[in-house]
Structures are given as C-alpha cells and as structure tokens.
Design a binder for this molecule. Structure first.
Ligand code: SF4
Ligand code: SF4
Length: 258
C-alpha cells in the first residue's frame, strides 16, 4: 500500500488522537517486523525476565549492541533473518511477551519529540487500520493505559547518565567505561555476580537493607547499577567508599575535575 499520504502530527500530553489496536483488525501483527526498536536497560530486564533466561543469553540471542559517538552503548532488538525480518516475539496470537513488551512498543503510535516529553509525534500510517477505529485518547491517557509509568521512572534514572552534562560538553567514554555501562546496566546478572562475588561490599559503604533489596529485587539492582555507573563516570551519587580518607580524596578530586 502506498505510504504517500502518511501523516505526522504533533500533540501535547492532553491532546486527543484517534487510534486503537486489536487482533480483529486486518493489519494485526503486520507491524511487528523490520523495525528498529531501541531497548533501554529496563526493557531488557523485563523482556528477559518474561522469558526466564539470563541477561547474557538474552542479549546474545535477541539484541545487537551498538555504540553512540559519545561512547554510550545502546541496544537494538534483533529481528529474525527471515524474508520479512519479523520480530522474534511475534506469533499468531500477537506478542508473546506482551506484558513485558518494550517501551517503544507500548508507546506506539506515540513518540516523544524530546527527552522532556512535552510534545509527541503521531505518525498516521495508512497501512495501520488502528487510526480508523473510532476511539479517542489523550496522550496522557494512552500512556496510562499502556502501563508505562514504571518504564518512565526507570528510564528517567537512566537518562541521568545518557543525558548528563558530561556528554553535552563534548566528552566521550573510553572503551573501558562504555563496557562498564553495558555490563552494569544491560547485563544485570553479570553486575549481580560482580557485586556479590567480589569484595565490593567490603570496599563500598552500602547498608544491609540496600544489600538485601538489590539481592532480591531486580529493579532495585538496576537502580543500584545506575548509581554505580554515575559514581564511575561522573563521581556523583550516593555511593561512598568505606575508607573515609579515600572517599574524601575522591570527592575533592571530582569537585576539581567537574
Ligand atoms: S516485542 Fe512484541 S510488540 Fe514489540 S515488535 Fe515484537 S512482537 Fe511486536
Ligand atoms: S492497528 Fe497498527 S499497531 Fe495495531 S496491529 Fe495494525 S498496524 Fe499494528
């Protein structure tokens, strides 16, 4: 079908748009193919938990890791190598990981224009019958219906790293730091092994309650990973060395170098 008349429109959070998607539409499942889906660390956490597989296995089987100009790693969902480049999770019944589908699949067809999420772009594709269903929502309501708040919360925390001033000033991560971001935030099982399989908690001052929380709760673990990355990249955050003298030196050094 010709896409010549596809329409892109800007909306604010409280503007209404007309759209609905369900399995009765003739286009059902046809859009889950040949698309670039960027996965945040929280997307990866949810998807691999849905599949009950370790993070390294998930990353190897289902993603491609790339690198931004600033050295920040990013991860894209790997489409199948069939003729249509279909998503590995789409089946006759729809998305096999629907409850844990990534942020951008939830948001579709609404996409924020900027990180501040004040304006949103909606691309009305002619091939998408959802725009012909007479159901209206505001962007705010759409986000609520898609149960996106937990994703937003976790992604906001990650944006404190990726949108940090450090990068706006033109700095780049060296390969070691890029690897640290990737293995801490995306390969969460490896990060957990690093925390609990080394003397980490002998060196860093982390209270027992936090240690227990990150042992049991993957969202807490990911938040701790973000803190670890901020500490390493920008010497920021709440993480402190147990050695108070060393900690003071480190904090003083970060004050000078920032
Ligand atoms: S993850 Fe699910 S919703 Fe997203 S493209 Fe794949 S099948 Fe479609
Ligand atoms: S309505 Fe749009 S989003 Fe839903 S299945 Fe059809 S093409 Fe995909």
């Amino acid at each position: 079908m010709s896409e010549q008349n596809d329409k892109k429109v800007l909306f604010t959070l409280d503007d209404e748009f007309t759209f609905s998607c369900d399995r009765t539409l003739p286009c059902f499942n046809t859009c889950c193919r040949d698309i670039n889906i960027f996965l945040t660390p929280y997307d990866v956490l949810r998807m691999r938990r849905s599949l009950w597989i370790p993070s390294d296995e998930f990353l190897k089987a289902y993603t491609v890791a790339l690198m931004g100009d600033d050295g920040i790693p990013f991860v894209v969902l790997k489409m199948k190598e069939d003729r249509d480049k279909t998503c590995p999770f789409v089946g006759a019944e729809g998305c096999a990981i629907y409850q844990d589908r990534p942020w951008s699949c939830r948001m579709f067809p609404v996409f924020p224009v900027s990180a501040e999420e004040e304006e949103f772009l909606i691309e009305e594709k002619l091939s998408c019958h959802g725009f012909r269903v007479n159901k209206t929502s505001t962007v705010r309501q759409w986000k609520k219906d898609q149960d996106i708040s937990k994703y937003d919360l976790m992604n906001e925390a990650y944006k404190k790293i990726t949108l940090h001033d450090y990068f706006l000033k033109g700095n780049k991560l060296d390969p070691g730091k890029s690897k640290l971001v990737y293995s801490s935030c995306y390969d969460l099982d490896a990060f957990k092994r690093f925390l609990f399989g080394t003397r980490f908690f002998d060196i860093y001052d982390v209270d027992e309650q936090t240690i227990e929380a990150i042992r049991k709760d993957e969202e807490e673990l990911l938040n701790f990973a973000y803190g670890w990355v901020q500490f390493n990249l920008f010497t920021e955050g709440n993480l402190r060395l147990k050695d108070k003298e060393m900690d003071k030196l480190l904090q003083a050094r970060s004050g000078v170098s920032s």
